[in-house]
Design a protein around this ligand. Structure first.
Ligand code: UD1
Ligand code: CA
Length: 450
């Protein structure tokens, strides 16, 4: 079945107090609409986003999510039916249309699959609320088929007591939708074209409309910062639940943020205030201490990431110790049994098995051999103001503290660099290089000065 998802995102979101389109508000490190798109993609062949308020900005943003996404302009927001109608010309024969809201980001692919599996011409996603205020009420017959939806503003006192409400999400045969849109008018309390009117139009024609009930936390919308914050904590809970289901130990499930996908082996543990982004892979028995950011990283068995470390686009081997306060940037590859200590930054750098950079160093564009020791304060001077250059250091070498390695430069195997050196020439295997001003002693200098 070809599903075409139409995401309504033209609204202004006045209560968000923002210059951005409402659906670009961030949730879990991504925009609201990108969550919806990500989920829609799992079932849909085509995705159209209806844009209106700040549409240029939004279109730009959508193109960065996926250039295949179609958009339809709704310059005046005359109601949800009007919004869908602006996209109607993009609906192809044989397509089923899934309507989602750009500001309802936590809808699950499981729920969407249930709508699709219902196999009906039209299926609504509803929910039961003890306080249904504000929502469209679903009027059903005794076979639980929807006959119509009455909006809050148009509902009588009795109708307002109905607790089954429409979530805004539905699946409908594309041709049926297009025909119904032609029959919807704006003769109602809001003078809007209500998409929900299609229920009455179709049921009068004998179309059976089923309702599937959603878990309310999945279909919560965000109209203001308070609701956005509630979504953030729901999302955080969902993320930590996933980690717990995988058998990861969490010291406090309310203080871990999963903004990407995490895969983990056995006996991993995660302390508080850890953020996972992108694709993170942990081996067995990996320990992540508090206040660590892991973005697109893979960490081998038995490694420990100490507190306040920031790792991004990096690979860490087994039995490593990283941090505290380490920064591993893109292209960092840390070998097994290696150690990166506090205030060490690496970028596009390979650190061989068993190598160590224990304190205060910048290692960029470097290839460092096995078991080499990089002393405190070592800097690879990789940038000449225009280009980046490479530093290579052989196995089992020793770089004395506070050395500047001016790239391009090669330091051999088993070589030594004296502390405080500025190394500008290659150092052969097993050699000692010292490149610093000679110390001068002037006896009694202080006494003679007086
Ligand atoms: C709508 C439903 C209501 C349902 C509720 C669930 C209608 C008439 N009513 O009401 O039954 O219970 O959602 O939250 O559909 N939008 C546009 N263009 C427009 C109008 C809206 O893009 O012209 C977008 C909004 O940005 C928003 C979504 O559609 O993302 C829903 O619009 P909103 O005005 O919030 O609908 P409700 O009145 O809440
Ligand atoms: Ca709403």
């Amino acid at each position: 079945m070809n599903i075409h998802t139409i995401i309504l995102a033209a609204g202004k979101g006045t209560r968000m107090n923002t210059n951005l389109p409402k659906v670009m508000q961030p949730l879990g490190g991504q925009s609201l609409v990108s969550h919806v798109i990500k989920t829609a993609k799992e079932s849909s062949k085509n995705i159209t986003v209806v844009v209106g308020h700040e549409k240029a900005l939004l279109k730009q943003h959508l193109a960065t999510i996926d250039p295949q996404i179609l958009t339809a302009d709704q310059d005046e927001q005359l109601g949800t039916a009007h919004a869908v109608k602006t996209a109607a010309h993009l609906i192809k024969d044989g397509e089923k249309v899934l309507v989602l809201y750009g500001d309802v980001p936590l809808i699950s692919s499981r729920t969407i699959a249930a709508l699709i599996d219902s196999g009906q011409e039209c299926t609504l996603l509803s929910m039961i609320l003890t306080d249904p205020t504000g929502y469209g009420r679903v009027v059903t017959n005794d076979q639980n088929q929807a006959l119509k939806i009455i909006e809050q503003k148009d509902a009588s006192d009795d109708e307002r007591l109905i607790q089954e409400v429409f979530t805004g999400i539905l699946l409908i045969d594309g041709q049926l939708l297009k025909a119904a849109l032609e029959d919807i008018n704006n003769q109602n309390a809001a003078n809007e074209y209500y998409l929900t009117d299609l229920v009455e139009i179709l049921s009068a024609k004998g179309v059976k409309i089923n309702c599937i009930q959603a878990n309310p936390s999945e279909v919560m919308g965000a109209n203001n910062k308070k609701e956005l914050h509630e979504l953030e904590s729901i999302l955080r809970n969902m993320g930590s639940e996933k980690l717990l289901e995988q058998g990861i130990t969490l010291l406090d499930a309310t203080r871990v943020d999963v903004r990407g996908d995490v895969e983990a082996g056995k006996d991993c543990s995660v302390d508080v205030n850890v953020i996972f982004e992108g694709q993170v892979t942990l081996g067995n028995n990996v320990t992540i201490k508090s206040n660590v950011v892991l973005q697109d990283v893979s960490i081998g068995d038995n490694s420990v990431i100490e507190s306040f470390s920031h790792l991004s686009s990096a690979i860490v081997g087994s039995n490593c110790n990283i941090g505290p306060y380490a920064r591993l940037r893109e292209g960092s590859e840390i070998g097994d049994n290696a150690k990166i200590g506090n205030f060490v930054e690496t970028k596009k750098t390979k650190l061989g098995d068993g190598a160590k950079a224990n304190h205060l160093a910048y290692l960029g564009d470097a290839d460092i051999g096995k078991k080499t020791n990089v002393g405190a304060g070592t800097i690879t001077c990789n940038y000449d103001g225009t280009n980046k250059h490479k530093t290579s250091i052989g196995e089992e070498s020793f770089i004395g503290t506070n050395s500047s390695l001016v790239a391009p430069v090669n330091i051999g195997k088993g070589a030594y660099v004296g502390a405080g050196s500025v190394i500008t020439k290659d150092v052969p295997d097993e050699a000692l290089a010292v490149g610093r001003g000679k110390q001068v002693i002037k006896e009694d200098w202080a006494k003679n000065k007086k």
